[in-house]
Design a protein around this ligand. Structure first.
Ligand code: RFL
Ligand code: PHB
Length: 388
């Protein structure tokens, strides 16, 4: 096979890139190692920044999001049960959209198939080759047959555990990372949300987040140990802890659990995000802890940059933007890293923390929720900085 851009991974990054390229008349082939059913039902992100929701609508995949997504013009910050609202509308006149990542993926897959594909599922043994030549290649097996795609460029959109980042030559990439001594236990439940907007709840028992997917489905997270075993958490124990960390400020209605799982918390960046003709985008290049709700949004920002750079190459025969891709992405990536780290250290309890540390967090939260300047600083970053 032969194409202009070979895309590895059909997550938000790979699917959005394919759509952006299609709109510019640039060909691509997407390969994905999981099944369509698997990627369309993987429960992950839920919060879409203002510009990213506009992007989904602009590229023609926003119709269902506009119908089913929830527009939020603020969030609540709980400090040991006291709720304080941060009013995005007043502070920055922007909103965020609540709409599940798996719904975004479904909409993008449907669009891709309507565009005529190609999108190959359940590929195996993927490898990338000749990255510094003008004809990089992707080799894999599909339906039992060995395949090769000869490309002009390869987009590594294969997530944190993919094969693209490890294909950089040893010693080329620099890694910057931080692990956190806790994880998030997340549940999806058939019950109405505690509030019509999100509640980020700081408590002496640890952090909890009360979010949602619809007026009848809640998505709830509890800070837990980083090596926690989900089997130690019965449904009753999860609900008990969620009630306690909400602190009586709102009523939490219990319902059937549709899904539960534990997510580790990590900050990670690889620099540069490109090697030869391989360009990384999304989680393959960086991971943020979910406290700032930035991961999927960053994936969209990367592929916007990449599609502009590829457009420059094909339409204006200019490689400058391709050469500057990594540097252009990393500016935004580090803003999001800093914000996500800041939200995380502000909201969670840490092992070995001292009473001084707790007082400092409470004072930080008090300032954040009472100073208009501090609230605006949070709001501006939370709704998403504009794309360069
Ligand atoms: P993905 O979604 O991991 O997609 C990568 C795809 O590549 C496939 N793949 C391969 N395909 C072919 N060959 C191989 N060798 C391959 N190896 C892997 C995988 O099967 C997969 O389909 O990466 P992408 O596209 O970069 O998207 C990133 C987002 O998924 C991620 O950043 C977000 O989910 C992060 N995140 C959030 N982001 C937000 O913007 N807002 C949120 O509210 C938010 N909440 C969250 C989150 C992530 C969470 N977890 C579970 C990590 C909440 C949680 C709990
Ligand atoms: C979600 O709705 O899953 C969600 C929202 C905000 C976050 C993380 C996850 O910070």
């Amino acid at each position: 096979m032969r194409t202009q851009v070979g895309i590895i991974g059909a997550g938000p990054a790979g699917l959005m890139l394919a759509r952006l390229l299609h709109l510019q008349g640039i060909e691509s082939i997407i390969i994905e190692n999981r099944s369509r059913d698997y990627i369309e039902n993987r429960v992950r992100a839920g919060l879409i920044e203002h510009w990213a929701a506009d992007l989904l609508a602009d590229v023609g995949v926003g119709e269902r999001m506009k119908r089913e997504g929830l527009l939020h013009w603020g969030i609540n910050i709980g400090i040991n049960g006291d709720l304080h609202r941060i009013d995005f509308q007043k502070l920055v006149n922007k909103r965020v959209t609540i709409y599940g990542q798996q719904e975004v993926v479904k909409d993008l897959v449907a669009r891709r198939l309507a565009d005529g594909g190609p999108l190959l599922f359940e590929v195996d043994g993927v490898g990338v080759h000749d990255l510094t030549s003008e004809r990089p290649k992707i080799r894999f097996t599909h339906e039992g047959r060995a395949q090769e795609i000869e490309c002009d460029f390869i987009a590594g959109c294969d997530g944190f555990h993919g094969i693209c980042r490890p294909s950089f030559p040893e010693g080329v990439p620099k890694v910057f990372e931080r692990d956190y001594p806790f994880g998030w236990l997340g549940i999806l439940t058939e019950s109405p949300p505690a509030d019509h907007e999100l509640i980020y709840s700081y408590t002496d028992r640890g952090f909890a987040l009360y979010t949602m997917r619809s007026p009848t489905i809640s998505r709830l997270y509890l800070q837990c140990d980083h090596d926690e075993d989900i089997d130690n958490w019965s449904d009753a124990r999860i609900w008990d802890e969620l009630h306690k960390r909400l602190g009586g400020a709102r009523k939490l209605v219990e319902g059937t659990m549709l899904q539960k799982g534990i997510t580790p918390m990590r900050s990670f960046v690889v620099e540069p995000m490109q090697h030869g003709r391989l360009f990384l985008a999304g989680d393959s290049a960086h991971i943020v802890p979910p406290t700032g709700a930035k991961g999927m949004n960053l994936a969209f920002a990367d592929v916007m940059m990449l599609s502009r750079a590829l457009e420059g190459f094909y339409k204006a025969k200019n490689s400058d933007k391709l050469g500057g891709y990594s540097a252009a992405c990393l500016r935004r990536v580090w803003y999001a890293q800093r914000f996500s780290w800041w939200m995380t250290q502000l909201m969670h309890s840490f092992p070995h923390e001292t009473p001084f540390d707790r007082r400092r967090q409470i004072s930080d939260l008090g300032y954040l929720t009472s100073s208009e300047a501090a609230s605006r600083m949070l709001a501006e970053q939370y709704v998403g900085l504009p794309l360069d």
